[in-house]
Design a protein around this ligand. Structure first.
Ligand code: DP6
Length: 329
């Protein structure tokens, strides 16, 4: 009834924004991401008959309210499957800022799915784990896999065909990624609320849905051919399209700060100077810069002194999950 697991954060190259079913958390569009070797969540879960309620300790702090409710609702899926009503103790730690647009919900719910599965001995397959992780957070479905990962939105009402799969292992293309932290504050509008508001109010939401498949196809082709320019052009276009869409919600969602914008301009200037580098940004102010192997040192030198950039982490594509059931001694 006790287990430990870890899962890695991922960054979307073609982004998920919008749901076709809110209750089952089924995305309205497919997405493609890379799982990151050096950003991860460790989680321990223990189902214990002596507990009167679920408890959550997040990064060494007791958590309550919506965070705990979200975890409890997620654990209910496992309790139902295992035919139990036992409460659980959850401890989770990230080695990167939580809730600031660094996909912490992705690694968190992937790790929690793995740990709950191992604790209850359910032995889910990777696809089943991806489906259940999606219920916690759409992007978590992708963190079940390492390397280059595609999430399908599927067509079935029950979401049984809305899961992720690995497109290529990490060794296919050892891209390097600089994660530029411009704020450690929690974002004011989380992804769930942000994408729901966008779908309900943006006049451009229909165009977003209509053009996503072109970006997914272009990105798959770029990955297959290891065409860095095509990859970069597609991921930047899709990122700016998502942020343009979010800006057009009512009220408009602006996830950037001045350092985010300064980084965008610097990356584009570097490209004009012949440096292969492209950016992407999720629902937060952090900028992730992708380079072919061997180029990040040059980019890092050019960006680390930009005001407001206070930490730059270098990582690569990777990120295998792990899980271990713990026997009581
Ligand atoms: C901008 O997976 O956090 O990072 O399913 O509501 O939990 P929920 O949303 P979440 O959204 C991620 C949005 C994104 C793009 C992406 O990762 O594809």
């Amino acid at each position: 009834m006790k287990a430990r697991a870890s899962a890695h954060a991922n960054i979307a190259l073609v982004k998920y924004w919008g749901k076709r079913d809110r209750r089952l958390n089924i995305p309205a569009v497919g997405s493609i991401s890379v799982t990151l070797k050096d950003l991860f969540t460790h989680t321990e879960v223990e189902f214990h008959s002596g507990l009167k309620a679920d408890t959550l300790v997040l990064d060494h702090q007791p958590a309550a309210g919506e965070q705990l409710d979200r975890v409890s609702r997620f654990l209910d899926i496992f309790r139902k499957e295992a035919g139990i009503d036992t409460c659980a103790r959850v401890k989770s730690e990230n080695n990167f800022p939580t809730g600031a647009g660094l996909a912490s919900s992705a690694s968190a719910f992937a790790a929690l799915a793995l740990a709950a599965d191992a604790a209850l001995g359910l032995n889910y397959s990777p696809v089943q784990l991806s489906i259940v992780a999606r219920r916690g957070s759409g992007s978590a479905a992708r963190s079940i896999f390492s390397g280059f990962v595609e999430m399908k939105s599927g067509v079935r009402d029950d979401g049984s065909d809305a899961f992720a799969l690995q497109l290529f292992p990490a060794r296919h293309w050892p891209l390097e990624i600089l994660v530029c932290i411009t704020s450690e504050a929690r974002k004011t509008t989380g992804s769930t609320r942000g994408m729901t508001l966008t779908a309900e109010t943006s006049p451009y939401y229909g165009s977003w849905l209509d053009t996503q498949s072109q970006d997914l196809e272009a990105l798959c082709r770029a990955l297959e051919k290891k065409d860095f320019e095509a990859l970069g052009e597609t991921m930047e276009r899709n990122c700016l399209k998502m942020h343009g869409l979010a800006l057009s919600a009512e009220p408009g969602l602006l996830y950037w700060n001045p350092a985010t914008l300064a980084l965008i301009h610097r990356v584009r200037q570097l490209r004009r100077d012949g440096v292969p580098a492209y950016f992407t940004i999720d629902a937060g102010p952090q900028v992730k810069i992708f380079c072919p192997p061997g180029w990040t040192w040059r980019v890092e030198n050019e960006i680390k002194d930009i005001p407001g950039v206070y930490r730059v982490m270098l990582t690569v594509v990777g990120g295998n999950v792990s899980k271990t059931a713990i026997q009581d001694s």
